[in-house]
Design a protein around this ligand. Structure first.
Ligand code: DGL
Length: 272
């Protein structure tokens, strides 16, 4: 079974694409909604919460876990991989590396904007990883601290959200007007993608917006082809199910997730 973890609803944008690309697996989705957002929390807290989630998913039988959260990928992934897990039992993968790999082929100006949570921005993970891909890239980061709270509270499609979409995009593009590629470096942000693209259109800019779902799904498919033993174990006893777990109220999660996924789902409450 494959575990998909996010602080809240954002990882659903990744799960959605993964299950389309790899329908033959079972998935266990865990949203730590009761403690979201993670993006404004300290390094130690994000690490501790993420490790709890990884251990939980492993105990439930996941031998492969995707941190479908940039903040957790930036702040906790490496320590967990190096210190906390036995790779013979469970593998944990993040979402930042696969994302940066596609960027050099997509930019002409080589000026890249990264929209992310304050935690991901402070980690500098995107800057470091993008420059490893191409040291001539010019990377400008923009923290968007209001976006995840708007999405978690279901306010992201309302007119009030427009103010914060315009605010952060204007700040980013004022700091570097040559940006031609913007990475949505938080898995919640695709839920605002229509508003983001509308705003960019209104400013007459030719900017491509990179969302992570399909990129992560393709990268996972590739990983499973390269690791047939892990793929085999992840598929074992499979019934192609998707189970949703949340640390918040199961009813509240099911209601919001059904809207995000455009299909009715049920969820179970768990404690971490
Ligand atoms: N979806 C998480 C990410 O990709 C973010 C969230 C949060 O602040 O909780 O960074």
């Amino acid at each position: 079974m494959i575990g998909i973890f996010d602080s809240g609803y954002g990882g659903l944008t990744i799960l959605n694409q993964i299950r389309k690309t790899l329908p033959e697996y079972d998935y266990l989705y865990l949203g730590d909604n009761a403690r979201a957002p993670y993006g404004t929390r300290s390094f130690d807290v994000i690490y501790e919460y993420t490790l709890q989630a990884v251990n939980y998913l492993h105990e439930q039988g996941c031998n492969l876990i995707i941190l479908a959260c940039n903040t957790a990928s930036a702040k906790a992934l490496r320590t967990i991989q190096q210190r906390d897990i036995n790779p013979d039992e469970v593998r944990v993968l993040g979402v930042i590396r696969p994302t940066v790999e596609v960027v050099p082929a997509r930019t002409r100006t080589k000026h890249i904007g990264v929209l992310a949570t304050p935690g991901t921005v402070a980690s500098e993970s995107y800057v470091i990883e993008l420059l490893k891909q191409d040291p001539t890239l010019v990377v400008t980061q923009q923290a968007c601290p209001m976006w995840v709270p708007l999405i978690e509270s279901g306010e992201h499609l309302n007119a009030g959200a427009d103010y914060f979409v315009e605010k952060y995009l204007t700040e980013l593009l004022t700091r570097d007007p040559l940006i031609d590629t913007i990475i949505l470096g938080c898995t919640h942000y695709p839920l605002l993608q229509d508003k983001i693209e509308d705003f960019l259109k209104r400013t007459n800019r030719q900017i491509s917006v990179i969302a992570q779902g399909a990129i992560v799904a393709n990268s996972l498919q590739d990983y499973l082809l390269r690791h047939p033993d892990i793929a085999e174990r992840a598929k074992m006893g499979g019934k192609q199910t998707i189970t949703y777990l949340t640390t918040e109220s199961a009813t509240k999660f099911a209601e919001s997730a059904s809207i995000f996924l455009s299909t009715p789902i049920t969820a179970n409450h768990i404690e971490l």
